[in-house]
Design a protein around this ligand. Structure first.
Ligand code: G16
Ligand code: MG
Length: 215
């Protein structure tokens, strides 16, 4: 049996732009200059660490209570965008790949840093395709730690060596490698050099030949 573990943001949906808009609003209120380039550093990173990066950019020191308020404010704004999401936001080629893998007896899991992952799978109407969902609520160690993927493999009952991870972040590829799983990068091969294979997107993945390659 094979297991296929998908990252969420940057792999299944492009929620990075919503994260950016919500962080940008907070950054402006705090007087921090926060650019699209800065936002790259927040990809795949936890909410708490994302806030720390923004505070570092503005050289701002804050109490734990202030950080909690700001994280909540950012998340409320982010959820406004999420509330308007639907299946059209699932990235091209993802749905057909998920369906193909499932039809071929693959087990499907989500392995995301986001605490909103389940809600996003519900909004985009693809939750029923997943045999397990492991997200930011379930793990204590962030990628590149392998915890999120190890737990996902455990939940679908597949050995790590029989799992394939789809990831768009460097930290996520490192986490997959550390978990002893095959790592497939989605994005730029120059950036995702540590991945076993890299594809620009799911349109370029022929799930049938992929299954043969990893057998
Ligand atoms: C995603 C995003 C990150 C975000 C993190 C936490 O991770 O890539 O930018 O900071 O989730 O999200 P939330 O604030 O919703 O808990 P992934 O692992 O799905 O790429
Ligand atoms: Mg990601």
């Amino acid at each position: 049996m094979k297991g296929f573990i998908f990252d969420l943001d940057g792999v299944i949906v492009d929620t990075a732009r919503y994260h950016f808009l919500a962080w940008k609003k907070l950054a402006e209120e705090l007087g921090v200059d926060f650019t699209v380039e800065d936002n790259e550093r927040l990809k795949g990173v936890s909410r708490a660490r994302s806030l720390e990066i923004i505070l570092e950019l503005g050289d701002i020191r804050a109490t734990e209570a202030e950080k909690q308020v700001w994280m909540r404010q950012k998340n409320d704004d982010y959820l406004e965008y999420v509330s308007r999401m639907d299946q059209k936001e699932v990235l091209p080629g993802v749905l057909s790949t998920l369906r193909f893998l499932k039809e071929n007896k693959g087990k499907i899991a989500l392995g995301s840093a986001s605490k909103n992952a389940r809600l996003i799978l519900e909004k985009t109407n693809i939750l029923p395709l997943f045999d397990a969902v492991v997200d930011g609520n379930d793990v204590s160690k962030a990628k590149p730690d392998p915890e999120v993927f190890a737990l996902a493999a455990q939940q679908i009952g597949v050995n790590a060596a029989d799992c394939v991870v789809f990831e768009d972040s460097v930290a996520g590829i490192q986490a997959a490698n550390a978990a002893g799983m095959a790592s497939i990068g989605i994005g730029d091969a120059g950036i995702l050099q540590e991945a076993d294979m890299v594809y620009p997107d799911f349109i370029h993945i022929d799930a049938e030949s992929l299954l043969k390659k990893i057998r």
